[in-house]
Design a protein around this ligand. Structure first.
Ligand SMILES: Cc1cc2nc3c(=O)[nH]c(=O)nc-3n(C[C@H](O)[C@H](O)[C@H](O)COP(=O)(O)O)c2cc1C
Length: 242
């Protein structure tokens, strides 16, 4: 298996040590991106990625390579320390540059592991935020490792190994999980907007060109009868209320 690691800490210390331990529990090839070295300029808020297409972003050349690597990898490991009760600036800036993926999700066949470390608190909230962000990108299943390192001399190797092995087994299985109800709702929000008079032309083009407008969820991901019905009902409701 090929794992892409996106490291959102500017240094190789607590978060990096957890990732090194994760690597020992996984059998695969690893490619690591240190976001600090990528030097992605700050998102300038031009909205071009959302409104006109991601390739119109002035920084797209910096971000494109990372997104292509996610596409090529079997799974992604994405990490952040807690900074002021949130993700690091490096991770937030990267997420800002992928905001268009909320509208136009693509990574439906990928799985991810989120690694968060903190001195004392904020790790659960930050891991939850990263988990939700990745699911907005379309990512099928997100695993979490979150640790408060303050005052601790050593890593919780057992806990790391347990989650890393679950993650690896899932990645190796190639099996895709049924989406959460919330993921189905968001899918239908963007789908309904695409078939209505959506002023965001890049969204309309994407949803029609990919054929996603004709599906209850991404076709690679199978829905059971209940979620299929739920998706159809959500689409009908959202089309009426929007
Ligand atoms: C700018 C900054 C802000 C931080 N904010 C918090 C915080 O809000 N809560 C907390 O418990 N730890 C906070 N920390 C501590 C880090 O989250 C913690 O040391 C983390 O494990 C660092 O990861 P790293 O070694 O990979 O850089 C902060 C550290 C820095 C540098």
């Amino acid at each position: 298996m090929n794992y892409l690691i996106i490291n959102g800490s500017p240094r190789k210390k607590n978060t990096w040590a957890v990732v090194e331990q994760v690597k020992k529990s996984l059998d695969g090839n690893f490619e690591e991106i240190q976001l600090a070295k990528e030097k992605i300029p700050l998102c300038n808020g031009c909205m071009k990625c959302i409104m006109d297409g991601e390739e119109k972003c002035h920084h797209f050349e910096k971000v494109k390579g990372i997104l292509e690597k996610i596409e090529k990898a079997d799974a992604v490991i994405i990490t952040s320390p807690v900074y002021a009760m949130n993700v690091s600036g490096l991770i937030k800036n990267f997420i800002d540059h992928t905001a268009y993926l909320y509208h136009r999700p693509v990574f439906f066949t990928k799985k991810a592991l989120v690694v968060v470390t903190t001195a004392g608190t904020g790790h659960k909230k930050v891991a939850k935020y990263m988990d939700e962000t990745l699911r907005h990108w379309g990512i099928n299943k997100v695993y979490q490792l979150k640790f408060a390192c303050g005052g601790k001399e050593s890593l919780d190797i057992k806990a790391i190994d347990k989650v890393a092995k679950q993650f690896a087994k899932d990645v190796e299985s190639g099996k895709l999980h049924s989406p959460k109800f919330m993921d189905i709702i968001f899918f239908n929000v963007w789908k309904a907007m695409a078939v209505m008079d959506n002023p965001i032309k890049a969204d309309c083009i994407f949803w029609h060109e990919t054929g996603l407008v004709n599906h209850d969820f991404s076709p690679e991901v199978k829905l059971g009868i209940v979620k299929k019905a739920f998706s159809k009902i959500m689409f009908a409701i959202l089309k009426r209320v929007m």
